[in-house]
Structure formats: structure tokens, C-alpha cells
Design a protein around this ligand. Structure first.
Ligand SMILES: [Zn+2]
Length: 425
């Protein structure tokens, strides 16, 4: 099974449900292992917020990722389409704090992503399997998770309302089922809640055009349900959206009773803790960013593809003409500076040393002490893929010695021995 991204860009524009701000969301293809990442293109430096559990900030009526002014509200509808289509790597560029509500359903998201085509890429998708059944209870929500060969959600809700009452449905998590049974289901709310939610700063952009609004006995004027059980269908799709925050595909049968965003997140955390994680890439860029402090334009590692304890590591750097150093090195004759190849090699080595320390929550950085036996064997040009293989020769106290080789197309480009010191951050 290959990882999946989209073939070309797709964009959607409209007002957010809770914030009411007008925004454009642009889906863009992302490289293998990048996972799903939101980027706030309206803010200086285009901060990135990974679609994963560590970034979940609030779950009051919606799922919020990121912190403070950089947060993104109500991500679950776009993410449900991502989950249903089994997309592993994707940029979601957004020029405001909340994706547009559109018609309140998942369909515009699903259609846009499906219309963007699919592109298979290297590496295996991350899959979470459940080995034994377990339950999760959070507030009024409860979940039973059981092993299964594929993903399925079964959802039951009950509301004291003549149009809702008790509803239940069971859906396989596939693009076909999602398109047919769930995508069109809209979010819903009650007239009697409107003032309270508005006072809390929520649903500023809500209207019968982007939500099913219920009165005490029926629907507000002009609203027609798409299915009598549209409500439970919407909850099932919300659950699929929240589950994508695990960072992989979930192979389990989930039975959810009165699911909520808060409950869904607690469930996702439980699956990510207890599930068996398979596939993926040893360390994708998200994990690399967690471990080493380097950032653009000085982050020179794209991916770690093999790691053996503290003994050996293999990392990849794809060199493109867009690298900032090609602007001046040299115009018309671009060639990667040898010292930057050494720097990239040192960053991969840093991952080998720091990776194990980060597991223990130690805040460290690594400094170069010496370089030896450096040989530049051949030039590295735009379009080359650098493959760094490093071995630990010695690790004593706070200093270590590594031997590294950089390959392009299986041929040695650079080799070096390096000594480094681990110091407090
Ligand atoms: Zn929803």
C-alpha cells in the first residue's frame, strides 16, 4: 500500500461557522511523510500546525488546533474528507482562523479533495490496529473499540427532540460509503442555544444556509432534511474527522454512543496509546522538527528512513533549485556548498544522538567539536537526492564520534568523521 496525496491544488472560500470570518482554504500536495499540516498563510512566517493530537487545544463544540492567535478552529469537516479519502500527506493552507462552513456538511470538502485527484507516493501509510477490545468514557460520551480488518464507525445518539430522538447508523470508513452516506450530512443546532453560544463567541457565522437549525418542535422555516437521520450521519463523519488526528488510518470498529468532540479526542488518544502502529517512515519531518531545533532555511533533513537505536541512522535530503543557497552559489551554475552537505550530515547525526534523549524529555542541543577525514568526492546539484548514512563510532559521557557518508545515486558524494558534544538547550 502506498501513501497518498493529491495530484493538484484545490481551493474553497466562505465564512467560518464560529468566527464568521471569510477565508480561503487551499489543499496542496505534500511530500511523502509530511502528513497533514495546516499552514496559516495570513500570518507572518506562515506558522504550521500539524493535524495531530498534540496540537488539540479546545473541543468545545468544535475541534481547535494550535495555540493563541495561530489557532485554527473547526478543523473536523475538512479532516473528515481527508480521512475518508485515506490521504496521508497534505498541506491545508488557510488565510484565516477557521475553514469556511460552506453548507455545513462535508460534501464540498470531499468533492474538492476528490476532484484534486490522487497521487501515490513512496513509503507506507501509518496504520493503527487494535489488538483487544477496550472502552473509553468521556463526559456523556462512550466508545467501544474492537479489532477489525478495516475501519468502521457505528454511532448512536439520542436527543429529546421530536425530529431526532434515538438514531443509530453503522458505516464502513471508505471513500465510497462516505460519499454516499455521510458527506451530505450537515451540522445542526437548536434555536434555544443560539444566544448562549453567541455570547461565548461561537457560531458568529451561523445561519440556516450552513446548519440545520431546530426549533423546540421542528425545523426553522425553509429547512429540509437531506435524510431523516441526517443528525447521526453528521456525528459519524465528525468522528472520522477527529480520528485523523491520530496521524494514521485506524483499523478498528468503533461503537460510539453520544459522541462529542471532547470524547472523540479522548478516544483518539486512547487508540494512539494502545493501538499497534504499523508502516510509516522512521521519522517524518514533523518528528524531525520535534527533535532538532533547526528551521528553514537551515533545516537540511527531509526524512529519516532507518534508525537503529543509537548505532546507525539513514536520512534523506532532497536538493531542489529552490534551496536559498542556490541564489548565490553560483547563479547560472548552481552547486550545493560542501560545508552545507557536512551541515546536513551533522543534522542527521544529531537526530541519532538527540532522538533517544528526546524520548526521555531531555532538552539538549548538539554542537560540533571537530571534523576529520572530510572528502568531497563529487558535486551535488539541484534534483539530487542526498542519502546520509551515519554510524556511531563512540559515545562517551557527553561527546560522541560518528562516521558519515553522503551518497547521490549510490555514489559517494561526501564523507567525514565528526565529533560532537551534547549540551543543555
Ligand atoms: Zn460537525
Amino acid at each position: 500500500m502506498a501513501r497518498r496525496t493529491i495530484e493538484r491544488e484545490a481551493a474553497l472560500t466562505g465564512a467560518g461557522l464560529h468566527t464568521g470570518a471569510s477565508v480561503t482554504v487551499t489543499f496542496r500536495p505534500a511530500p511523502a511523510g509530511r502528513r497533514v499540516v495546516f499552514r496559516r498563510t495570513d500570518l507572518p512566517g506562515t506558522p504550521e500546525i500539524a493535524a495531530r493530537l498534540e496540537e488539540v487545544e479546545a473541543t468545545d463544540r468544535r475541534t481547535v488546533l494550535g495555540h493563541g492567535d495561530e489557532a485554527i478552529h473547526t478543523v473536523e469537516h475538512a479532516l473528515a474528507a481527508v480521512g475518508a479519502l485515506g490521504i496521508d500527506d497534505l498541506y491545508i493552507d488557510i488565510d484565516g482562523p477557521e475553514p469556511p462552513a460552506l453548507d455545513g456538511s462535508f460534501k464540498p470538502w470531499f468533492d474538492a479533495l476528490q476532484g484534486a485527484g490522487e497521487r501515490m507516493q513512496e513509503g507506507d501509510p501509518v496504520v493503527f490496529r487494535v489488538l483487544a477490545p477496550f472502552t473509553v468514557t468521556e463526559g456523556g460520551s462512550s466508545y467501544v473499540v474492537s479489532p477489525a480488518g478495516s475501519g468502521r464507525v457505528t454511532v448512536a445518539i439520542d436527543f429529546q427532540h421530536p425530529l431526532i430522538g434515538s438514531q443509530a447508523g453503522s458505516y464502513e470508513v471508505t471513500a465510497e460509503v462516505f460519499a454516499r452516506e455521510l458527506a451530505g450530512a450537515r451540522t445542526f443546532g437548536f434555536v434555544h442555544e443560539v444566544d448562549g453560544l453567541k455570547a461565548k463567541g461561537l457560531i458568529q457565522g451561523a445561519s440556516p444556509a450552513n446548519a440545520v437549525v431546530l426549533t423546540d418542535t421542528g425545523l426553522v422555516e425553509g429547512t429540509v432534511l437531506r435524510w431523516p437521520d441526517e443528525f447521526v450521519r453528521h456525528k459519524a463523519a465528525d468522528l472520522i474527522g477527529d480520528l485523523t488526528l491520530i496521524g494514521g488510518r485506524v483499523q478498528a470498529h468503533i461503537v460510539a454512543t453520544r459522541p462529542s468532540h471532547q470524547g472523540n479526542i479522548a478516544l483518539a488518544r486512547a487508540i494512539s496509546r494502545t493501538g499497534q502502529r504499523e508502516g510509516g517512515i522512521a521519522m517524518d519531518i514533523g518528528r524531525i522538527l520535534d527533535i532538532i531545533p533547526h528551521r528553514y532555511p537551515f533545516l537540511l533533513v527531509d526524512r529519516i528512513i532507518e534508525i537503529e537505536g543509537r548505532k546507525r541512522i539513514v536520512g534523506i535530503k532532497n536538493v531542489t533549485i529552490n534551496e536559498p543557497f542556490f541564489q548565490g552559489h553560483f547563479p547560472g551554475h548552481p552547486i550545493m556548498p560542501g560545508v552545507l552537505i557536512i551541515e546536513a550530515m551533522a543534522q542527521v547525526g544529531g537526530m541519532l544522538v538527540l532522538g533517544s534523549l528526546v524520548e526521555m524529555n531531555e532538552e539538549k542541543v548538539i554542537y560540533f567539536m571537530s571534523l576529520d577525514k572530510v572528502k568531497f568526492r563529487r558535486p551535488v546539484l539541484p534534483g539530487d537526492q542526498l542519502r546520509f548514512e551515519l554510524e556511531m563510532v563512540q559515545f562517551r559521557g557527553k561527546t560522541c564520534k560518528m562516521r558519515g557518508v553522503a551518497y547521490v545515486d549510490g555514489k559517494v558524494a561526501v564523507e567525514a568523521e565528526m565529533m560532537a558534544a551534547v549540551v543543555d538547550r
